[in-house]
Design a protein around this ligand. Structure first.
Ligand code: NDP
Ligand code: GDR
Length: 336
């Protein structure tokens, strides 16, 4: 019998890569699809897997829809990747962020506990929980100090997952993942904002790129590598919590240098600092220690930041070229 998985956040970056991984392993994959006014399945389309998954309408803020999704999918594994995941927006929408990113975890855990308690559960926790870091290198034992409404909501999600494991014996694991990026990253996050701008500037469509605090440092990895760690956590006999990171930290400034250099440009000629993008409270530096994941899960990152940024710039160059071609075709009247 094929294993069955239910993924919330299936239309997001990680949801798409995890779906591909699970399909390759022979899983039947169901995904929770939140109702939006426009189509949100472009990432599944880009990976060519849209037709291979069953999408179940539902929302993390609506317990009844979660109960129905669990009942319908009868999953062996549940991956909770759904969230209001953009840190910047969490100051503008703190209550929605708490409800979806925080309390939504409790709702999904309840649905699993009531209807499918044998299912293994993965919670998408985050290095943002470390926030104002208490130790230079962060591991599973580093104290938390979140710095945004998003980080605070995720901390609730993290502890409620630990609590359901300890209270009800659920096989519930929490992956404390540091930033991970890809060509499928949302355009609002800084790496993709930069690689998209690099492609447009190279094509002559744009001249400058406005950014906030470029001295912030992050431990950046490739999303394709990180979803493998999620799956491995649920294959362990005992549920546990793991830091997933590369063990290297780089500034936004240096990341810009790499991206612009790849197309023969100097970031200093194009990047403009705009205080509009400063955050009310910043996480200045993150650096994870993935030793536990390496020892217990046999997991290690395979993609360097340089390779990752080059991959993202190449994908955005191709997108810009494609859209220019489509515009030219439309102007010539093709396809009408
Ligand atoms: P994305 O922002 O790309 O995807 C978020 C997903 O959540 C989308 O599918 C979105 O649906 C869905 N979603 C949003 N609101 C709701 C809701 N109310 N009900 C149901 N689904 C909802 O995030 P990533 O793929 O990058 O991240 C996956 C998870 O991992 C998130 O929980 C994120 O917070 C966490 N995380 C991410 C890290 C990273 O660096 N990428 C690091 C650590 C943790 P829609 O498309 O319809 O908006
Ligand atoms: P982050 O990612 O907040 O770490 O959360 P993001 O890419 O948004 O910011 C990283 C750093 O870059 C600085 N920065 C800017 N950020 C954005 N978005 N836009 C800018 O113009 C800009 N200029 C500078 C930020 O201040 C910050 O220091 C991501 C999300 O995926 C979360 O869901 C996840 O939990 C964490 O990573 C780990």
């Amino acid at each position: 019998m094929n294993k069955r998985a239910l993924i919330t956040g299936i239309t997001g970056q990680d949801g798409a890569y995890l779906t591909r991984l699970l399909l390759d392993k022979g899983y039947k994959v169901c995904g929770l699809l939140a109702r939006r006014s426009t189509d949100t399945t472009w990432r599944l389309d880009e990976l060519g897997i849209r037709g291979e998954v069953e999408l179940l309408e539902g929302d993390l803020s609506d317990l009844s829809s979660l109960l129905r999704a669990v009942e319908r999918s009868r999953p062996d594994e549940v991956y909770n990747l759904g969230a209001q995941s953009f840190v910047g927006t969490s100051w503008a929408q703190p209550v929605l962020t708490a409800e979806v990113t925080g309390v939504g975890v409790a709702k999904l855990l309840e649905a699993v506990r009531l209807l499918q308690p044998s299912a293994r559960f993965y919670q998408a926790s985050t290095s943002e929980m470390f926030g104002l870091v208490q130790e230079q290198v962060q591991s599973e034992t580093t104290p938390f100090y979140p710095r945004s409404p998003y980080g605070v909501a995720k901390l609730y999600g993290h502890w409620i997952t630990v609590n359901y494991r300890e209270s009800f014996g659920l096989h519930a694991s929490s992956g404390i993942l540091f930033n991970h990026e890809s060509p499928l990253r949302g355009i609002e996050f800084v790496t993709r904002k930069v690689t998209d701008a690099v492609a447009r500037i190279k094509a002559g469509q744009q001249r400058e790129l406005r950014l906030g605090n470029i001295d912030a440092r992050r431990d950046w990895g490739f999303a394709g590598d990180y979803v493998e760690a999620m799956w491995r956590m649920l294959q362990q006999e005992r549920a546990d919590d793991y830091v997933i990171a590369t063990g290297e930290t780089t500034s936004v400034r240096e990341m810009c240098r790499i991206a612009f250099r790849h197309v023969g440009l100097n970031y200093e000629d194009h990047v403009v600092i705009d205080p509009k993008f400063y955050r009310p409270a910043e996480v200045d530096v993150l650096l994870g220690n993935p030793a536990k994941a390496r020892e217990r899960l046999g997991w290690a990152p395979r993609t360097s930041l340089e390779q990752l940024i080059r991959m993202m710039v190449e994908a955005d160059l191709a997108r810009v070229a494609r859209s220019e071609e489509e515009t030219a075709h439309a102007r010539l009247g093709y396809g009408s």
